[in-house]
Design a protein around this ligand. Structure first.
Ligand SMILES: [Zn+2]
Ligand SMILES: [Zn+2]
Length: 166
């Protein structure tokens, strides 16, 4: 499971780089269950090179995803595009930035999963102008105007209004 790249040839320097493109199924990545988030297959174009004891991965990851609009709750399709730049080593190093791996397979699963999760928008919107749901009656204000809107007065004014009515 997950995404592994066989790097033996690069390791023994039979080649100068490894290039490829892969499609990754979301089910392979053990993504956490998230409300309103629906993943579609990701695609990765990558290039791997060796520099001393380091293996350098650069690439472009595209992850289409459906997210719930944070204002009106409508499912909204978007695509996350991420530049991937990571370093790997098969030796134990005192550097948190470098991922350690064993053997001839480079496992990219965790690295890709983390970079995607970090780039998920905190408050996705179906459009920057989304008017959201009415907090009083729940009407989708992108579709209908409800009559609750005029009630949105300044609470300090509401107090004054009460006094005047007495
Ligand atoms: Zn919306
Ligand atoms: Zn309303």
């Amino acid at each position: 499971m997950g995404l592994k790249i066989h790097i033996h040839d690069l390791k023994v320097q039979k080649c100068a780089e490894l290039k490829g493109s892969v499609v990754i199924m979301p089910s392979e990545l053990e993504l956490p269950e998230m409300r309103g988030v629906e993943w579609h297959p990701w695609s990765l174009e990558y290039r791997l090179t060796k520099a001393g004891n380091l293996f350098l991965l650069s690439g472009e990851l595209k992850a289409p995803v459906s997210l719930e609009c944070s204002r009106c709750l409508k499912p909204t399709d978007t695509e996350l595009n991420i530049e991937v730049n990571e370093q790997f080593s098969n030796q134990e190093l005192e550097d948190d930035e470098i991922h350690v791996f064993r053997g001839d397979d480079l496992d990219l699963t965790g690295v890709l999963r983390d970079s995607i999760l970090l780039s998920l928008p905190e408050k996705p919107l179906c459009s920057p102008e989304c008017r959201g749901l009415c907090p009083y009656c729940g009407t989708d204000r992108n579709l209908h105007n409800c009559t609750c809107a005029p009630r949105e007065t300044d609470p300090r004014l509401a107090v004054l209004e009460k006094l005047i009515r007495k």
